[in-house]
Write a protein that binds this ligand. Sequence first.
Ligand code: PGA
Length: 254
Amino acid sequence: MGRKFFVGGNWKCNGTTEEVKKIVNKLNEGEVPSQDVVEVVISPPFVFLPLVKDLLRPNFHVAAQNCWVKKGGAFTGEVSAEMLSNLGVPWVILGHSERRQLLGESNEFVGDKVAYALSQGLKVIACVGETLEQREAGSTVDVVSAQTKAIAERVSSWADIVIAYEPVWAIGTGKVATPAQAQEVHSELRKWLSANTSPEVASTTRIIYGGSVTAANCKELAAKPDVDGFLVGGASLKPEFIDIIKSAEVKRSA
Ligand code: PGA
């Protein structure tokens, strides 16, 4: 299948300069599988991107947590895709549920951002996921399909997109999806991609899981065939993030 395991660390709105340096030192000391086995991307807040990029081991890369939807200019407080490219930041997380929920980012707006970021040479971790109410109403697959569709309608290639399935009810709650729940949605997303983009896109696009991933639960999740890695929040600030990166080995021995 050839989908390289992918582990992203989403630091969200956390950290001081001192803390950032400490975390990066820990990451640099960690023993992890080679770059052929796992791709690791760390996403600090914007202001720490240059520092982290400079200090981080060369086999790990950085991501921004957001970027503006179009060319920069008179948009106070925003950071443009051009700026990220200019800084040599290769990745950006878009459509995180904290932005969809708290800041009202619509599916269309996220789709526009993904398309614009790609046009500027960035690679995108595109987040999708349902709320608890939506899951309980049985609309999980409809919700994540609509979120994915808004992206698919706006991009011509999926080569630089990783989909992060992050159920909203699992984010920062300690309530991780069961491996079976994650596998089910990942498999549905892959089916959706196959039917609506192409079988090739479906078989090559990485679909990673996010929501309360820890060193304790990552191996079981990683063992599922359609789970191609993780987007990790809280645990990415802790030494256990190294163990989560190591869960890539589960895939290799599978
Ligand atoms: P969490 O966050 O691991 O703290 O649940 C995941 C995310 O929001 O990407």
